[in-house]
Design a protein around this ligand. Structure first.
Ligand SMILES: *Cc1c(COP(=O)(O)O)cnc(C)c1O
Length: 251
């Protein structure tokens, strides 16, 4: 796309205006939720989840002041991060999707934060990969399965020192030289009232912080439920469709 092309320029301007309007509305929702909870708005960071949308949208969003971007699939994210970087956009990249151990080497090439570590083995693989390419430790959030369902991803609160037990995963991340345990992440389970899900997450997070005081980040809340997440103490909200529009495929 050349900036001399008036059609592309007009289309980009239209998209920019659309994203700016959506961003204003999402920021107003976050501010209202913070005010209702008696929390300073600066405590909550907006992560724009750009999956299925092009690098051009990342460039527009960073131009509008968005500092953090999230992606959930490595192949898409790697290409998009390279393209956005080449275009001069430098957001913090969060990997928020299911992560396979054989993708760790790729993910550490662009991610600043990995929010979805949910097993001891994955923590070890990510540590090895991060140690090979990074000077500073990689920020990691341990993903929690709020309802304890082992099949949809997430470490299991209360589980003994198994590969996917939350305490074991948190300890593995905290003890990994190339990783920093920054906090926890969760998605509200289907069929759960968001307030109940995020309340449960907040309890689990308080218990993890008793052992790991630096694990202060709490990533919770998406387009539909960010208010409940902010009320429960979220410091990161991951917003996709409310910012970028409905995705063609539900993921
Ligand atoms: C897609 C996705 C989001 C954003 O979801 P929306 O409902 O579009 O806001 C947040 N977190 C994760 C892990 C996602 O995969």
């Amino acid at each position: 796309m050349s900036s001399a092309d008036p059609v592309a320029g007009a289309a980009a301007g239209t998209r920019r205006a659309e994203l700016a309007g959506n961003l204003d509305r999402v920021r107003a929702r976050i501010a209202a939720a913070c005010a209702a909870a008696g929390r300073p708005a600066a405590e909550v960071t907006l992560v724009a989840v750009t999956k299925t949308y092009p690098a051009a949208d990342v460039v527009l969003l960073t131009g509008l002041g968005v500092t953090d971007v999230g992606e959930n699939r490595d192949q898409e994210a790697a290409a998009k991060a390279a393209e956005a970087t080449a275009a001069g956009a430098r957001p913090r990249w969060h990997f928020v999707g299911r992560l396979q151990r054989n993708k760790c080497r790729s993910v550490v090439g662009y991610a600043d934060v990995v929010q979805s570590v949910d097993s001891v083995r994955l923590a070890a693989a990510l540590d090895r990969a991060a140690g090979q390419v990074r000077d500073a430790p990689l920020d990691v959030l341990v993903q929690v399965s709020v309802d304890g369902d082992p099949h949809r991803g997430g470490a299991l609160p209360g589980a003994a020192a198994a590969d996917a037990g939350l305490d074991a995963v948190a300890a593995a991340v905290a003890g990994a030289p190339a990783l920093r345990l920054a906090g926890l992440m969760a998605v509200a389970p289907q069929g759960w009232e968001p307030a109940r899900a995020f309340g449960r997450l907040a309890e689990v997070a308080a218990a993890v912080r008793a052992d790991h005081p630096g694990a202060t980040a709490l990533s919770a809340g998406m387009s539909a439920d960010l208010e409940a997440a902010v009320a429960a103490g979220a410091t990161l909200v991951r917003v996709g469709s409310a910012l970028l529009g409905m995705r063609a495929t539900l993921r």
